[in-house]
Design a protein around this ligand. Structure first.
Ligand code: CAA
Length: 255
């Protein structure tokens, strides 16, 4: 089995579930260039790895999922360097996790800010520990959430609520994030990873082709009008028909 771990992330794979842990706890698992580049490569590798059905993203330590872009690294960059980074990295980064064919879950264990929340928003499902804090503080730093936040958050919680969070830059707690629909549910810290793994295993038990094609169809619902979405649903359904999996699954219902 390949070892995907490195100094900035650990990856553990068991029973079809990959747990990816951002591993920079001394800086609240902030995203430096190395970590972002490694996550982008990992998304491709895990999609191609037959041992993986579902990927869970979480943070090392007991304080943060991810506090966003590494501001120490950012502070040391030139304007040209920042511009190049966006030109060459941005387009891939904003869709790296969201673009995975396999389902993804964010297990949010503490601060989930800026680019950290944008990473969580790329995941299909989000579960949070009770003490987690959420926010997109970029506007307070003279930027805007430029890694998908201005697009994914309003689609998830509505335009007005997204505007309140982004224009004020304020932080909200886990209960509020659950009420707004940013997270699916909130659990005590000790139950966070077990809950995410249980959810992942429930998904992983289903036929792989059906899960992946259902994700294709569901994602289409956010990109198109209803007629186009229904067409996409039909196209996503056909590969399921062409697989023999469904025949085995419905065999016991035969007359
Ligand atoms: N980048 C780099 N280092 C960070 C960091 C970040 N985003 N967030 C925290 N750290 C570092 C701190 O500098 C500190 O390091 P030192 O011990 O070397 O000083 C260490 O992590 C612990 O942080 P604090 O002492 O500040 O811990 P705290 O518990 O008092 O506060 C916090 C925690 C609320 C997360 C606070 O650190 C904070 O506000 N961090 C910045 C969050 C932020 O603004 N994120 C958005 C970044 S912009 C972005 O993400 C947009 C983008 O481009 C995608």
């Amino acid at each position: 089995m390949p070892d995907y771990s490195s100094e900035v992330k650990t990856v553990a794979i068991e029973d079809g579930v990959a747990v990816i842990t951002l591993n920079r706890p001394a800086v609240m698992n902030a995203l430096n260039m190395q970590l972002r580049e490694e996550i982008m490569a990992l998304c491709h590798a895990l999609d191609a790895d037959p041992a993986v059905q579902v990927a869970i993203f979480t943070g090392a330590g007991d304080k943060a999922f991810c506090a966003g872009a590494d501001l120490k690294e950012r502070g040391s960059r030139s304007t040209e360097g920042m511009y190049d980074e966006r030109r060459f990295l941005r387009a891939k980064w904003v869709g790296a996790v969201a673009g995975m064919a396999k389902p993804t879950i964010a297990a949010i264990n503490g601060y989930c800010l800026g680019g950290g929340l944008e990473l969580a928003l790329q995941c299909d499902l989000r579960i949070a520990a009770e003490e987690s804090q959420f926010g997109l503080p970029e506007v307070t730093l003279g930027f805007l959430p430029g890694a998908g936040g201005t697009q994914r958050l309003p689609r998830l919680i509505g335009l007005q609520r997204a505007k309140e969070m982004i224009l004020t830059g304020k932080r909200i707690n886990a209960a509020e994030a659950e009420r707004l629909g940013i997270v699916l549910r909130v659990v005590p810290r000790a139950q966070l990873l077990p809950a995410a793994i249980e959810l992942a295993r429930t998904i992983a038990k289903n036929p792989r082709i059906a899960v992946i094609q259902a994700k294709v169809a569901l994602n289409a619902s956010q990109e198109t009008m209803l007629s186009g979405g229904l067409q996409a649903e039909n196209e996503a359904w056909l590969p399921c028909l062409l697989s023999d999996t469904w025949k085995a699954k419905v065999a016991r219902f035969k007359d």
